[in-house]
Write a protein that binds this ligand. Structure first.
Ligand SMILES: Nc1ncnc2c1ncn2[C@@H]1O[C@H](COP(=O)(O)OP(=O)(O)O)[C@@H](O)[C@H]1O
Ligand SMILES: [Mg+2]
Length: 245
């Protein structure tokens, strides 16, 4: 089997954006399960109490740029995105973070495995719709620093976006819940999650959590710039400097 097959997507035309150049963490990640001598994946999982036989590929779901493998009540998400991996690692240091992240393993210089608790992604339509409108707030306020934590600002922003896009006012409390969770993530990492949309929110014991910390990769997305932005925000938040993994 050619494990490199499908690793790099083919760029089309002259309008070549970051998304099309980015390594996709799809079929290429199978080797980490099936050829354990290539990586410490199995020993790392064992150190977290998760045993998996090295001749079996777990069930998986393909994401936009990564792949999530389901191992009992855990998920191992592979990503080639260093922002996603670094933010996940930052969040893993906090027990009460609004993410199900447990740990992150770098695999070489361009691939990472993110160990998470399995969470309920079948969240209510109200939470999904609320998350959708929150991404609209992010898009409409590109200069906003992180997310507001005070209820008055949360309510103002939410009411405005619901009015602008004809959203149901009953979503207001759900939007405030999502904003509070996003503020919590920002406060401990410096990362302004701009892609916490309907498919990227989960519920963990009645708590809104973000298993997918991948940033919104627009055409001109630059991982180094995104990392620098996080460092700036960390300084403003009085968080310690971050050493990239
Ligand atoms: N911790 C988790 N618990 C349950 N399902 C998950 C978890 N993490 C990811 N998934 C599922 O796996 C799929 C791909 O994961 P995702 O992180 O969204 O990938 P991508 O970043 O490529 O969009 C999604 O359908 C998501 O619902
Ligand atoms: Mg996703």
């Amino acid at each position: 089997m050619d494990i490199q097959a499908g690793a790099m997507s083919v760029s089309s035309g002259t309008n070549e954006g970051y998304e099309s150049r980015q390594l996709k963490a799809h079929s290429i990640t199978e080797k980490y399960w099936l050829e354990p001598e290539l990586s410490q994946l199995h020993s790392w999982l064992a150190s977290h109490g998760i045993e998996w036989s090295s001749n079996k590929l777990p069930k998986f779901k393909e994401g936009g740029s990564g792949r999530a493998y389901f191992v009992n009540d855990h998920v191992v998400k592979f990503t080639a995105n260093k922002i996603e991996a670094n933010v996940a690692y930052m969040a893993s240091k906090y027990k009460s973070s609004p993410t199900p992240i447990i740990d992150v393993l770098p695999l070489g210089s361009t691939m990472y495995a993110i160990l998470q608790h399995h969470v309920d992604m079948n969240v209510s339509k109200d939470i999904r719709d609320a998350a959708d409108y929150i991404t609209a707030i992010v898009d409409d306020h590109p200069d906003m620093e992180g997310f507001p934590s005070d209820r008055k600002t949360q309510e103002q922003l939410s009411r405005a976006v619901l009015a602008d896009y004809g959203g149901d006012i009953k979503l207001l409390p759900y939007m405030m819940t999502v904003l509070t969770a996003l503020h919590g993530l920002y406060r401990i990492t410096g990362f302004k999650h701009d892609d916490a949309g309907p498919t990227n929110v989960g519920m963990q014991q009645d708590k809104v959590v973000f298993p997918d910390l991948g940033p919104n990769e627009t055409g001109d997305f630059d991982p180094d710039k995104a990392m620098e932005k996080i460092s700036q925000s960390r300084r403003k938040l009085d968080l310690p400097p971050w050493k990239e993994i």
